[in-house]
Write a protein that binds this ligand. Sequence first.
Ligand code: ATP
Length: 419
Amino acid sequence: EIKDLIRLVSDIANKNNIPAYLIGGFVRDLILGVKNFDLDIVVEGDGIKFAEVISGKLNVGLIRHRRFGTATVILKKHLKVDIVTARQEYYPEAAHLPEVTCGVLKDDLLRRDFTINAMAISINRQDFGRFIDCFGGSQDLANKEIRVLHNLSFIDDPTRILRAIRFEQRYNFKIEPKTLKLLREANRLKMLERVSRERLRDELILILKEERPLKPLNRIKELTRFDFINSGLSLSKKTSQFLKSIESQISWFKRKYPKRRQLDTWLTYFIGLIDQLNINNIKLICKKFSFRRGEEKRIAAYKKLNPKFIKELSQDKIKASEVFRFLEPLSYEVIILIKAKFKNSSLQKHIEDFFEIYNGTHLYISGADLHKLGLTPGPYYQKIFHRVLNAKLDGLVKTKKEELELIKKISEDKSYGAK
Ligand code: ATP
């Protein structure tokens, strides 16, 4: 699928006489033999127009980032192509193509973060597959080293501090000694504090989206600390244990329910990390990073959990409808956090039952059935559904017939306001 896509992009590039190269993370992972479904392509021409042609040919969506001259073509949920415009002045004429050397791409590559991310492969007809490595990226890959391209790299863009940690920990590489020295210097100069909050947030989210985020978090603790999130934040033994527990609960959920809504795992880890802070500090962080409303809501929902609620949920003898009433309004992320934090066996069982049984419980009856029974639609419909659902959860009704019988009984009860 990816090969076909590369051929298609290559054909479009050739037809329009636009030099194009695979670049960045895709090339790195291709050499490492790691799956990567994000094609990064640099074109020497109008990247947005180029992306429009691709999306038109494939009849798929396109996101344009006009300010950056880039565009993303989304093919499927897991497959996308990022097209980057190489600024014209950086490159000679297309006619020079056959003699592609580092010089052609060097300016674009020089702006990149690390040698392992600054390799390219030509997809032009004349030299299809030519590997371009101006900074020794393949050598660094072989030596498992993260290396910046120049001494001012972390000063130019301090988010690279977090990126270096992320790639180092993801691939079990080492930030090589000189790069590590530059990173520590940039940290001494508190360079992370100068980065825009949105960029910091985005890099933090990428770290928390890693398969095992505790690894980079430990490295952050060692190299930069967490002041860039909040000066009161640390990675204590207790927090580490909580995060480990979150990790195992997330993998339990993914294993057990691969088809359910995907968890926002980064948010779950993030809530686990900041759990140590008080609500005011958490509010400050939410404001600083301008999280989306849905994210903020889940953060607040966890922090504001009532201890009484945990106590009740920890009891052995509690009705299924009660468990449902407690857990149903909460997001999956918050429920997973509760399961990770409180080890009480009854609570664990209630949550597992909730996911396994109650969460998928539906009634056979619908509004149409109530109508057929002669009940005029109104707010009490909801009340009736609610009561029948509770009865069903508690095993008091099972079949559609029983559901209907219960409705009849309820509708005779005048306090329900049924007409
Ligand atoms: P991942 O596997 O995490 O997606 P990636 O290398 O594809 O890693 P992206 O963030 O998608 O990472 O960036 C794509 C490419 O853009 C990188 O490989 C790198 O060359 C370049 N890049 C991204 N961010 C920076 C940065 N802050 N400074 C310099 N180059 C960057």
